[in-house]
Design a protein. Structure first.
Length: 228
């Protein structure tokens, strides 16, 4: 009787072990399959569309706007065809390179004059998340949030320094959520365009040139944005 019981217990143990092994294998296969799935970006931009004369670090290939890893932040992320070098090579006649998220609740229909453009230049960017790299000696990347809404009321635009992180070809600027629109007062969505630009410093002029943009056909419809 004891022998039969021992054999039965052993059989149950082996069966449980086999089931556990199959479960672990299935989980591993699922994880491997998930890792092979393509990442769904908010905007995908064709590599090489900026032209042969434009370096890969000005060629935008994807854009994402997500709830930030740090509490209370929103991450503005873009990926480029090549990593941004440090020091960066700037085209002749310019002082720096920039990557700018132009944000507008009207989807590009509003117009505000002034900084960081010339005083008489109107653009629909209500807020701009900027990442800049100055030419010359190694300086790293600088992040700035420009709030242009005060310009519409005769006041000066405000600037807030924001952290920037670069991981190979991907760059992320983290903005405090309180400084970007909350859901409910941003309309049905916030339109945006990301530009890569050659800049003349100091800002406040029209001596700049857009090298690439995403989406290519203009403003996004703001669907699903803000992501909080």
């Amino acid at each position: 009787m004891r022998i039969h019981l021992a054999v039965a217990v052993m059989g149950v143990s082996l069966l449980a072990s086999a089931c556990t092994g199959r479960t672990a294998t299935a989980q591993s296969q699922q994880q491997a399959s998930a890792s092979r799935q393509p990442v769904a970006h908010l905007v995908v931009d064709p590599s090489g569309d900026a032209g042969l004369a434009v370096p890969g670090y000005l060629d935008v290939v994807s854009v994402d706007i997500k709830v930030g890893l740090a509490k209370g932040t929103v991450d503005f992320t873009f990926a480029l065809a090549e990593p941004i070098p440090d020091p960066v090579e700037v085209p002749a006649g310019y002082d720096a390179l920039g990557w700018e998220f132009c944000l507008d609740r009207s989807g590009g229909d509003s117009n505000i004059s002034g900084y960081p453009f010339a005083a008489s230049t109107s653009t629909p960017c209500e807020k701009i998340v900027m990442v800049t790299a100055a030419g010359g000696s190694p300086t790293g990347l600088t992040g700035t949030l420009v709030d242009r809404l005060p310009l519409a009321h005769g006041q000066e635009a405000t600037e807030t320094t924001i952290p920037v992180a670069q991981n190979a070809t991907e760059v992320t600027a983290s903005v405090p959520q309180r400084l970007v629109w909350q859901r409910g007062n941003g309309g049905s969505g916030v339109g945006f365009v990301l530009y890569s630009t050659s800049l003349t410093l100091p800002l406040g002029n029209d001596d700049w040139e857009n090298d690439d943009q995403a989406p290519d056909d203009g403003w996004s419809d703001g669907a699903g944005w803000p992501p909080f």
